[in-house]
Design a protein. Structure first.
Length: 215
């Protein structure tokens, strides 16, 4: 069966898998972003704390994704749970690192000026520091999302959702008529989703980052 004919015959299942893949990555990125920014805020003021946060999240990233998911299965079972935990953990490093770098890069004079007019510590963080650190944080989110798009495919090993199921089915049936079509459709679907997500991030950047900061 030709590839385009295969897509026509299986388009409904492919769309379901693509939706599940995108949904899993999106939800895990929201969780990783919140957690990563909180870690960055909590550690950026102390050199050792920031280094520890970055080193810890970098160490997590060195664990092979298949191994991590395999280790999680006996603890949380098959399906969505190991997928979510693994993706959130893998998404932390770029966000934590860029949050720490971005917050440390804020001009201290601006923070001093805000303090001088009576602005509280929380207000300084929310109105001065985080908005100025947002461009590198957004870059970290973009990098993390691209990573998770590929890693999410491995979740099929633990009966997780997404386009990885297409790839694993094709690999497990190599030599059959549709094996290559299954692998190719899953792979191309992930690439398309990654490009769409990145385009959305570019739009978010244009809407949320002032022209002066972008320049």
């Amino acid at each position: 069966m030709g590839f385009w004919k295969y897509l026509g015959n299986r388009h409904e299942q492919l769309l379901i898998d693509a939706y599940q893949h995108a949904s899993a990555v999106f939800q895990c990125m929201v969780a990783a972003t919140v957690l990563g920014v909180l870690i960055g805020v909590a550690t950026y003021r102390r050199e050792w704390a920031g280094a520890l946060a970055v080193t810890t999240t970098a160490t997590i990233l060195t664990i092979p994704s298949l191994a991590l998911i395999g280790l999680l299965v006996p603890i949380v079972g098959l399906g969505v749970a190991p997928t979510v935990i693994a993706l959130v953990l893998y998404g932390l490093l770029p966000i934590v690192r860029n949050a720490v770098v971005g917050l440390r890069g804020v001009d201290p004079a601006l923070v001093e000026a805000a303090r001088g007019i009576g602005m509280s510590r929380a207000a300084q963080l929310l109105r001065i520091e985080l908005p100025l650190a947002w461009p590198p944080i957004l870059t970290g989110i973009r990098v993390a999302t691209q990573m998770l798009m590929g890693i999410a495919a491995i979740a099929a090993f633990a009966s997780g959702p997404g386009l990885g199921n297409q790839i694993f089915r094709g690999i497990s049936s190599l030599g059959s008529a549709n094996a290559l079509n299954e692998v190719l459709s899953g792979t191309l679907g992930i690439v398309v989703l990654a490009l769409l997500f990145d385009a959305v991030y570019v739009l978010i950047g244009r809407l949320t980052i002032s022209r002066g900061i972008r320049a």
